[in-house]
Design a binder for this molecule. Structure first.
Ligand SMILES: [Zn+2]
Length: 354
């Protein structure tokens, strides 16, 4: 009897250890993998841009700094993302162009976290717009402090960030003059495509980057307008196919022409729209109908989009209502696997390599 009880006790003990062991393994596995991953935070800056990349080598690249003002709201949100990523310095801050919603937050950001190098397209080309001139001057003052390195990039340049390959594809109105490796196929979507008038603002000057990480190709063109998109993908597609497309210009209609979106065939779109900025219904349709698209994620519910032109709530970080500054976070591996976390729901969707 006693012997039977002892055997039973030992069995239970081993069983518990086994279960405990399995639980520990299940939790330990992802964190080991995270060290080899590229993490991308899509920070909610209410219709501006702030996208933070942290490479497996521990280096960081922030594309744009959000808006000025609001007592440093956007800078605080970027710093919170950096903290979540476990970094206490931003190595590179890439300024796509000199509009308020992209470079406005730079002084507040540098007051809160150390920055190594700024990367930009050169001079401000929109000297007639007072808010643009104002943020440009603040940016000039930052550079004049002598605390930061500055790189001015042109198409074809490779950024010095370690752990990814970041190629500049557009800068100051110029685009790649030849196709990237393995790209350059004829783009059938160019036939009968509209042609677009030249943009007159800083938007067409946007510093665009294609980031390659193992099998994955990620594209960010800032607010690059349709006229320049066409130069990139027509008559041949100089960029090739894209896995993850950071939707240009917050999903506004001045960007995201059909020939461009259908040409790059993104698998997943991430749109940094605000509640009242970007997410134009006609553009939303172009994005949703593009061949090969699996999911479109939105940083915000778009008021203009209404019921017919917004994705299901689980794909929206900040639905209609009071703003809670939820973010989206993409974690990617070199083998082509990646996943997207919605910080509001704490749910992650996995995308297998293909
Ligand atoms: Zn913008």
């Amino acid at each position: 009897m006693i012997r039977a009880l002892m055997i039973r006790a030992i069995t239970i003990l081993f069983g518990s250890l086994l279960v405990f062991g399995l639980v520990v393994t299940a939790w330990a596995a992802p964190s080991a993998d995270v060290k080899k991953s590229l993490r991308i935070y899509f920070v909610d800056v209410e219709g501006g841009q702030a996208t933070l990349f942290v490479t497996p080598k521990g280096q960081s690249l922030l594309i744009d700094t959000g808006w000025a003002g609001n007592e440093g709201r956007d800078a605080d949100r970027i710093v919170a993302a950096a903290k979540d990523a476990g970094i206490n310095k931003i190595d590179y801050v890439l300024v796509t162009h000199f509009h308020m919603d992209h470079v406005g937050g730079a002084p507040q950001l540098t007051a809160r976290i150390p920055v190594g190098t700024f990367i930009d397209h050169g001079e401000n080309r929109e000297s007639t717009d007072a808010p643009t001139v104002q943020v440009w001057q603040s940016y000039q003052q930052l550079l004049a402090s002598g605390k930061y390195k500055r790189i001015t990039s042109k198409p074809g340049d490779i950024l010095p960030i370690r752990g990814v390959r970041a190629t500049i594809v557009s800068s100051d109105g110029a685009v790649l003059n030849r196709a990237l490796p393995k790209a350059g196929q004829e783009n059938a979507n160019c036939k009968n495509a509209e042609s677009y008038p030249a943009d007159q603002t800083e938007n067409l000057r946007s510093l665009g980057t294609l980031i390659t990480f193992g099998k994955l190709r990620i594209l960010d063109l800032g607010d690059l307008t349709r006229d320049k998109e066409m130069e990139l993908v027509c008559p041949v597609n100089k960029l090739g196919k894209i896995n993850i497309y950071i939707v240009s210009h917050h999903g506004w209609y001045q960007s995201n022409s059909p020939a461009f979106v259908n040409g790059i065939e993104p698998r997943v779109d991430i749109m940094d729209n605000g509640a009242k900025k970007g997410g134009t219904p006609s553009t939303w349709d172009i994005l949703k109908r593009s061949p090969g698209l699996e999911d479109l994620w939105q940083l915000h519910y778009s008021e203009e989009g209404g019921a017919a032109h917004n994705v299901a709530t689980e794909f929206i970080a900040n639905p209609d209502g009071p703003d809670a500054a939820n973010f989206l976070k993409l974690t990617a591996w070199k083998d082509g696997n990646f996943e997207v976390l919605n910080s509001r729901t704490q749910k992650t969707k996995h995308y297998s390599s293909r």
